[in-house]
Design a protein around this ligand. Structure first.
Ligand SMILES: [Zn+2]
Length: 161
């Protein structure tokens, strides 16, 4: 079984699937260095899954944090269950931060849906190739930096001369 690595930018080694913003084309510019990178099917799936996790996570967390921060009665009612007495403001801030955990758990089903949508997008990109695969099967299979290509051709010339 082939081990499938991450889709890394050939220049700066940034994982190109971990970006906010979905991939809808066969090549993207690296969000860190701007290098154009051919995406694989796996990168499309991972990217859609990542975005479908992160955006609902941010939205749910913001909603929960705002609810905790602006609903003092709720916080007072919840702190009654604690064995120690806590200042309401401290409890509100702590509660808002701790909402990270349930927000992340609530966002997981969205990630599964996103991976499925990513499947459809990758399939659409592959079918746009009209017989020839436009998504490479392995990361880095067809990718090299222009400087590497120039170096290779230059060394070839030197060997001939
Ligand atoms: Zn890069």
């Amino acid at each position: 079984m082939a081990i499938h690595g991450k889709d890394l930018c050939p220049r700066c080694k940034t994982d190109i699937s971990r970006r906010l913003g979905v991939i809808t084309s066969a090549s993207v510019n690296c969000s860190f260095c701007g290098q154009q990178v051919q995406v694989t099917r796996n990168a499309v799936l991972n990217n859609w899954q990542y975005n479908s996790l992160m955006w609902p996570f941010f939205a749910i967390w913001t909603g929960m944090a705002v609810t905790v921060l602006f609903n003092q009665d709720l916080v007072v009612a919840l702190t009654r269950f604690l064995p120690i007495t806590v200042d309401v403001l401290v409890a509100q801030v702590l509660g808002a931060v701790l909402c990270l955990v349930p927000a992340f758990v609530c966002a997981i089903p969205f990630a599964l849906v996103g991976r499925f949508v990513g499947c459809l997008v990758a399939w659409q990109l592959e079918s746009e190739g009209k017989g020839r695969p436009i998504l490479p099967t392995a990361p880095g299979a067809v990718q090299e930096l222009r400087s590497q290509r120039l170096r290779a051709s230059a060394s070839g010339k030197w060997r001939v001369a």
